[in-house]
Design a protein. Structure first.
Length: 90
């Protein structure tokens, strides 16, 4: 970074970050890497599936979720107790 430029603290939010298909996970991986290369402090907040190939300069904060589309049962029905957790509203 140039001396006159300011390092930004950037948070990227992703409800799921599957990196092999779709758009959100691929986009988060490339954008976070590019921002880190520019010298910014980048943190990704993501639900499952969590990204596995983030740049080492990028921090990952995992966000618990119901993981409704997990393999091998992508259309499962969550149990009632799964709907409540330590965070009610974000």
């Amino acid at each position: 970074m140039f001396e006159s430029e300011v390092e930004l603290r950037i948070a990227l939010l992703s409800y799921r970050s599957k990196e092999h298909s779709g758009g959100q996970g691929v986009y988060v991986r490339h954008l976070s890497r590019g921002l880190a290369e520019l010298g910014h402090d980048v943190t990704v907040f993501s639900g499952q599936p969590y990204p596995e190939n983030l740049d080492p300069r990028v921090r990952l904060e995992t966000v618990p979720n119901l993981d409704l589309y997990r393999e091998p049962d992508p259309f499962r029905t969550p149990r009632l107790r799964e709907f409540r957790g330590p965070i009610d509203v974000l």
